[in-house]
Design a protein around this ligand. Structure first.
Ligand code: CP3
Length: 351
């Protein structure tokens, strides 16, 4: 079984498609038994920093699930390796920064070096995956958006509402601005190098931006995001992902991404007009629906497709990452369901 890169790329350009393209965030790691078998032998960072294994894992879901796009097997934390920031990825906890960045001296000491030196293993992996996928699937490169990377740097680890981050923004907006400027530069280099290596689109993961109110987002985050998107868009389409952020939707659209990935809390029918014309939309099935019995999953997926209503530029995805307990067979059946939903009206034979 295989997907289609043309279908995926056409949707990013709002062109007609023969079927709705589909892929899943976090489809490469987590739930696949083949990935788990590799993890018995290697740590996550060993896998991600080995170009050949990383390309293998990137391509797995295309072969196993039939999705229309692969996501590069990497992590949002990897660019920190070139910045002189010591971190680990702890099982069950996620990323942990040895010394959270909160002082002026620490921000000054952050290094900005060429992406090829910071993460040399990544670009051969992307070139290899691009070649292996050929026309079967698109290739999604990714990084964090500057805010979410700052969240880990400042808080030191994942958090419910990032109090140290919000407090830094309010108590020292100038230092915050410098941190965001540095991260934006690092991410621009990291994502540009991914585009040059063969990624078809890049996705900015801003998983935790929903902790901000709209005024704070607009003043202290959006200008950096806009600058990053402006650097990348001449090369390839940029997708912006966030969660719990429906209060920010218009402000997000104003930063200029080509596409927006929305979580399940807001229906696509509501999100679409609020994002305005000219954008593709990814989403937005609740990842927890994948754990439900098939008839419930089927009707939840059909509801998403009904909400999308065959608008040009719908890419079916989950509203957040695949949950680790998801059954790959379910995901494969879900891909079939999406593909069978039918072509966009422009492609249907006249009756
Ligand atoms: O499909 C994939 O899983 C591959 C690519 C991918 C990973 N991380 C690999 C990974 C992607 C797209 C990410 C993005 C990512 N990483 C985000 C944004 C998306 C989101 O879920 O909000 C965030 C916040 C991170 C930070 C991170 N890295 C966390 C919170 C964790 C902990 C555990 C987990 O599974 O989420 C990681 C480690 C990590 N990154 C793993 C994988 C496959 C798990 C490591 C393992 O195999 O033990």
């Amino acid at each position: 079984m295989s997907g289609e890169s043309q279908r995926f790329l056409a949707a990013t350009r709002l062109q007609p498609v023969d079927a709705t393209p589909v892929w899943f965030m976090r489809q490469a790691g987590r739930c696949l038994p083949q990935y788990r078998a590799l993890r018995e032998r290697y740590s996550f960072l060993e896998l991600a920093t080995n170009s050949e294994l990383s390309a293998d894992v990137t391509c797995l879901p295309v072969d196993l699930l039939g999705v229309d796009a692969a996501v590069v097997f990497a992590d949002i934390m990897l660019p920190l390796q070139g910045m002189g920031v010591d971190f680990e990825i702890r099982e069950g906890t996620g990323p942990v920064i040895a010394e959270p960045i909160r002082s002026e001296a620490q921000v000054r000491d952050l290094r900005v070096i060429p992406a090829q030196e910071a993460t040399p293993y990544l670009f051969p992996a992307i070139r290899d995956a691009r070649q292996r996928l050929a026309e079967r699937a698109g290739l999604v490169g990714f990084g964090a958006a500057p805010f979410t990377l700052a969240c880990y740097l400042v808080e030191g680890r994942g958090s419910r509402d990032y109090p140290h981050v919000r407090s830094l923004i309010h108590s020292d907006p100038e230092l915050w601005g410098r941190l965001m400027t540095t991260l934006t530069e690092v991410l621009a280099r990291y994502l540009t190098a991914q585009a040059e290596a063969g990624a078809d689109v890049v996705q900015l993961f801003d998983s935790w931006v929903g902790v901000l109110d709209r005024a704070t987002f607009t003043r202290h985050v959006a200008p950096h995001l806009e600058a990053l998107i402006r650097r990348l868009r001449p090369m390839l389409p940029v997708v912006y992902f966030s969660t719990s952020s429906s209060h920010l939707l218009e402000a997000i659209a104003a930063t200029g991404p080509d596409g927006v990935s929305v979580d399940w809390r807001l229906s696509l029918a509501e999100a679409w007009p609020r994002l305005g014309p000219g954008r593709f939309i990814q989403g937005n099935l609740d990842p927890a629906a994948v754990l439900a019995p098939w008839p419930a999953l089927e009707s939840a997926a059909q509801e998403v497709l009904r909400q999308a209503a065959h608008r040009p530029g719908h890419i079916f995805n989950l509203g957040h990452g695949v949950l680790p307990d998801s059954d790959p067979d379910r995901l494969r059946r879900l891909v079939e369901l999406v593909h069978e939903w039918g072509p966009s009206p422009a492609q249907r034979p006249a009756s």
